[in-house]
Design a protein around this ligand. Sequence first.
Ligand code: MOS
Length: 729
Amino acid sequence: MNEMTNKIIGTPLDRVDGPAKVTGQATYTADYRPTGKTAEGFIVEAAAAPGKIRKIDTQAAEASDGVIAVLTHHNAPKQNPYGTPEEAGRFTQSHAMLESDHVRHVGDPVALVIAETLEQARHAAKLVRVEVETSEGTFDQFAADVEIAKPDSLDGADEVDTSTGDFEKEFAASDVTVEASYFTGAQHSAAMEPHATVAEWDGDELTVHMAIQIVAPGLKAFANTLGIEADKVRILSPFVGGGFGSKLGVHNDAILAALGAKVTGRPVRVVQTRRNVFSNAPHRSKHRQDLKIGADASGKLKAISHDSLAAMARNYPFAEAPASPTRASYFAPAIKTTHRVVEADIPRVDSMRAPGEAIGTLTFETAIDEIAEQCGIDPVEFRLQNDADRDPNSGAPLADRRLSECIREGAKKFGWDGRVTPGRRREGNKLIGRGMASAIRPNFLVPAEAEVVLSANGQLRVRLDMTDIGTGTYTILTQVAAETLAIPVDQITVELGDSHFPASSGSGGSFGAASCGSAVFDACGKLSKLLQQRLSGKGIAANAISVEGDRVRAGGNDYALADLVDDGALTVKGAVDPSEFDHGEEEYSYGALFSEVEVDVDSGEIRVRRLLGAFDAGRILNEKTARSQLMGGMIFGIGGALLEESTMDTRYGSFMNRDFAEYHIAVNRDVPELEVHMLEGFSEKSNPLGSKGIGELGICGTGPAIANAIYEATGCRVRKFPIHMEDLL
Ligand code: MOS
């Protein structure tokens, strides 16, 4: 066994799928070319909503060149009603499309034009005439006459509302208080690959090639929508070009493609246009967050309340939990949190990039900066002195609480030299400011299974329905298998994104690597044991083995794999059972973010100069892909602080900036010097690998570190995000 094989987990192994991606060999959904001639579908969106389709005229479209069919609610195949069965939850219930004359929101599909070519379909789509009789809709949860409700549940949080201690009493007794409302804008995930599906039927069997993050529930979504058995559906999603939550489940293109393929008897491809994505894929709702924080004169927190108000898409139960990180960030004798929603006639609202924490830490950590300043205490010191030694909300112990370590490490690496009076750092016509914030995100473990197949020739196949959404899953699973079985990396093929493979966690909630990695670890551990048993059966002592080429090494000798496998291969299944790691302690990943900004005194133009994060995510599985993920998260944090916002015309319920020219995501020019530091660790309470979730951690805390730096530069406390130059003038 060579050194590399021995210690491969954690090393910065290059992406094993990198060459396939950069040479165009990796087949993303829209690249897939079925054997039969594929027809192209183009979505016709409703221009007004909510309401009923009074008239839809498809004649001109049907007569247009190359058009094969125009699907509307008049001729679409019968489906189960949208949202049924209710108890199935949002990822598995019916996502019926074109099922009735009801138009839910602006951009809701009212027709699918299917033609020989994309150009023909797109042209004909413009010829479809639709009249919608609109009724009064709710588009803005901040409007005066809306109905505010408590949601049944929240994403990623156990409780909707919490209360410990006597908030009113502690707040009233506080020497220093901050009380303010914060606003964050609606956002769209803006993955590089738009949502796309190629669907094909073979008799009563449906195969869907699609961009999806979590495969297994998707099968049930097709079954519940189309009224077929889930085992008649196969989902293939080997490469996904970014998800960010918007591809967790089945979306409109998928159902439309399946309907189109049924009607035409041909494979049908539906690739959402960039504009489609803003109404046919989910988004993050805008929020109002009200914060009240009280501290004593020495800067000890006494009372915190955090109330969130979101919009929820009508009949689609999802709300994020911005106040949930507030429950666990710092100790205070009284902490009160609430979440409320307003059902609105808007496109689906669903998970997006650190749902809850991204916008929750953005506002809360800004308010913490403000109260630290009012107490006259450095923001680093203020956070350290209010760190919690048990869960402030539940009182439960906290596993591996390393927030203060992250703050100290970050401050040291950044060269934090204390707060200065706003406006005091200046270089020419640039005001310079520095700011920092904490990051916190719950750590999850989700059931996952994996299968490994070792052939007599020494090739190991690792199979599970996990997806790689660009994060490096193929690579880290290769590393886990290589180290656990002690087999060279180049003898391993990881196969993902096929619903015929064992069901896994999929990619989401930053739980993918830990959950799937643990399942692969279990399978490879069992395979190693099995090989040892077989050697023992032949009278060979084998306490430790390794595989190299088609030989197994044990006790200084090596033996032919062919003599140890059945019919040319050994197949072993493994799994992870999260209940075995349920130890009653609250688990989080932690970080601390530091930034330096410059603000032009004349124009108010804001530029981030430096961004640094120090993180604890337990054991790092791949130094390179982990760093890239944290950097990606921090870049989203720049977007959240300064750029990303979907602006709705609340008179009509339509998003107005539906392209990358007007929906701004951070590009190279916006990304300054980025530094990532990862604490060494092994979180033994989390899972067998000792890792914790990393994907969404970098987003948390980055936005407020920037906002707090803008404050130091300018003296402006901006309480709406993204912060624009005009907010500083
Ligand atoms: Mo994540 S927003 O659960 O993909």
